[in-house]
Design a protein around this ligand. Structure first.
Ligand code: SAM
Length: 225
């Protein structure tokens, strides 16, 4: 799978792309990440990618032309604009994008991106959450990592992607490892019992209770499905 990231700060990605699972996906050939600087698609000596907003107001807006040229050079890609006004990012997005041959992520900066990019050149607008970052790069790095771990052959144990939070509409149960007791904090007895049926039932109950308590929105959605 190929992911193209349109960013005026390509250097931002050096550590995320060289670390752990993403690095493994790239080294193993499952993932190819291309960093594209919109400044390389400008036509003026100053390589201008932003301009003042029509109608006045604070800050600058990313111009449509360089982004259009960069996107047009990558036909067939699924184009996603990163913006706080987008649909909140959820696991289903990553599951779907992991099946694409080519994903193209557009990172904004300044006050955001000329809306004509999203309206005419993109398939979807996605937000990392209800908060405002300085740029789309953190969101793009999160998406690259979330997608990379779903690609065939990337995770050491693919079962872990199948059993974790948001599969089945539930949060994952709590996890513990040795020692069985630390500072008077014990691990739940059932996990030491060796009774696999009991452990499986406990885990399922924990998934359900946690989801009900922590994410009533997910719980209600699951009940309706
Ligand atoms: N003026 C915009 C607003 O109020 O919605 C915020 C612009 S933000 C400072 C600059 C860029 O950061 C955005 O164009 C977007 O690409 C990125 N960004 C900021 N917050 C984000 C979020 N929650 N999800 C995805 N991208 C975000």
């Amino acid at each position: 799978m190929k992911v193209s990231v349109l960013t005026i700060f390509p250097g931002f990605f050096s550590t995320p792309l060289e670390t752990s699972i993403v690095a493994r996906a790239i080294d193993g050939g499952a993932l190819d990440v291309e960093l594209v600087d919109p400044r390389d698609y400008t036509a003026d000596a100053h390589r201008t990618v932003d301009d003042a907003p029509f109608g006045g107001g604070a800050g600058m807006v990313m111009k449509v032309e360089p982004l259009h040229r960069a996107i047009a050079e990558r036909p067939g890609a699924r184009v996603v604009v990163l913006t706080p006004s987008g649909t909140p990012l959820v696991q289903e997005h990553l599951d779907r994008w992991a099946t694409e041959e080519h994903l193209l992520l557009v990172c904004g900066r300044y006050e955001g991106i000329d809306q004509r990019v999203a309206d005419n050149l993109a398939h979807e607008e996605v937000s990392l959450g209800d908060f405002v970052l300085a740029g789309g790069e953190v969101a793009a790095a999160a998406i690259v990592e979330g997608v990379a771990r779903l690609l065939p052959g990337v995770l050491g144990n693919p079962i872990s992607a199948e059993t974790e939070s948001f599969r089945d509409g539930l949060l994952e149960e709590p996890q513990y490892t040795r020692p069985a007791e630390y500072e008077g904090w014990p691990v739940p007895d059932v996990l030491l019992s060796g009774d696999h049926a009991k452990i499986a039932a406990w885990r399922q109950r924990q998934r359900e209770e946690r989801t009900q308590q922590r994410r009533p929105d997910l719980w209600e959605r699951r009940a309706k499905e």
